[in-house]
Ligand binder design. Structure first.
Ligand SMILES: NC(=O)c1ccc[n+]([C@@H]2O[C@H](COP(=O)([O-])OP(=O)(O)OC[C@H]3O[C@@H](n4cnc5c(N)ncnc54)[C@H](OP(=O)(O)O)[C@@H]3O)[C@@H](O)[C@H]2O)c1
Length: 230
């Protein structure tokens, strides 16, 4: 079996930067996000000839898609030894303006999708592996006009902590990554927030830190990663 790293949200922003960093290190990558055209554009820009870049277009909150994803990878001779859960959306605004539609949109990807890919990965990582869950500094504190986003990102942290407890001493390792603001397409016109991101962190710089920290070391492992912008 060939080893491969699955990167959800690998067509844009941090996920794309992580996938590119992995390819540059000769690590095979499978990108998982919804828009195939966006994925193909990302793959075209990756370093060439270093490793395989494949993709499955779909929604991480669709349980059938997630099960099929791992089944197909397995059938094609790939063993997922790293899962980078990066896919996420921003839904911001005052607490009084939140509603079920917004709650579902945010939890669907940031929490349900991340839980589904992680559980399926755990079932498939029979020879061990590492699962990296991208939260946010909004997983560590409460921010104004981020009640919903913080709720989803605290869910990521709680989930990751409980997994660490359940898998203690076993061969699947979990790492929570908590970055601050990055200059990515995450800040869409309809996300409910419009910050000036021009001086925020470059996703490529964050990706370099994350990938170097999580790749297997001889005598140590990294527990959590908090990356604050200057
Ligand atoms: N940007 C920041 O300031 C910041 C700060 C801290 C943490 N974060 C977190 O970092 C992660 C990456 O964010 P980013 O800034 O790189 O955002 P981004 O550029 O908007 O990328 C998000 C990625 O997730 C994919 N995606 C979204 N919903 C999906 C779904 N349901 N199923 C599959 N793929 C889905 C998107 O592709 P499709 O739309 O084609 O599916 C895209 O590839 C997120 O978890 C975010 O919460 C971001």
């Amino acid at each position: 079996m060939k080893q491969i790293s699955v990167v959800t949200g690998g067509s844009s922003g941090l996920g794309r930067a992580i996938a590119s960093e992995l390819i540059g290190k000769g690590i095979n990558v499978c990108i998982v996000s919804r828009d195939a055209k966006k994925i193909k554009e990302a793959i075209a820009a990756f370093p060439k000839g270093q490793a395989e870049a494949i993709f499955y277009a779909g929604d991480v909150s669709d349980e059938r898609f997630v099960i099929e994803l791992f089944k197909n990878l397995n059938k094609d001779g790939y063993y997922v030894n790293y899962l980078y859960n990066v896919a996420g959306v921003g839904v911001f605004g005052k607490a009084k303006d939140m509603n079920l539609t917004k709650i579902q949109k945010a939890f669907q990807t940031n929490a349900i999708g991340l839980l589904l890919t992680t559980y399926e990965s755990c079932r498939n990582m029979t020879d061990g592996g590492t699962i990296i869950n991208i939260g946010s500094t909004a997983s560590l504190k409460g921010n104004v006009e981020e009640t919903l986003y913080c709720a989803t990102k605290w869910a990521v942290r709680g989930f990751t902590e409980a997994l660490k407890a359940e898998y203690k001493g076993k061969n699947i390792h979990f790492i929570g990554v908590y970055p601050g603001g990055m200059k990515t397409p995450f800040w869409t016109d309809d996300c409910g927030s419009n910050p000036d991101t021009s001086k925020w962190m470059e996703p490529s710089e964050v990706a370099e830190v994350v990938v170097n920290a999580v790749l297997e070391k001889k005598t140590l492992y990294v527990n959590d990663i908090v990356i604050e912008r200057k």
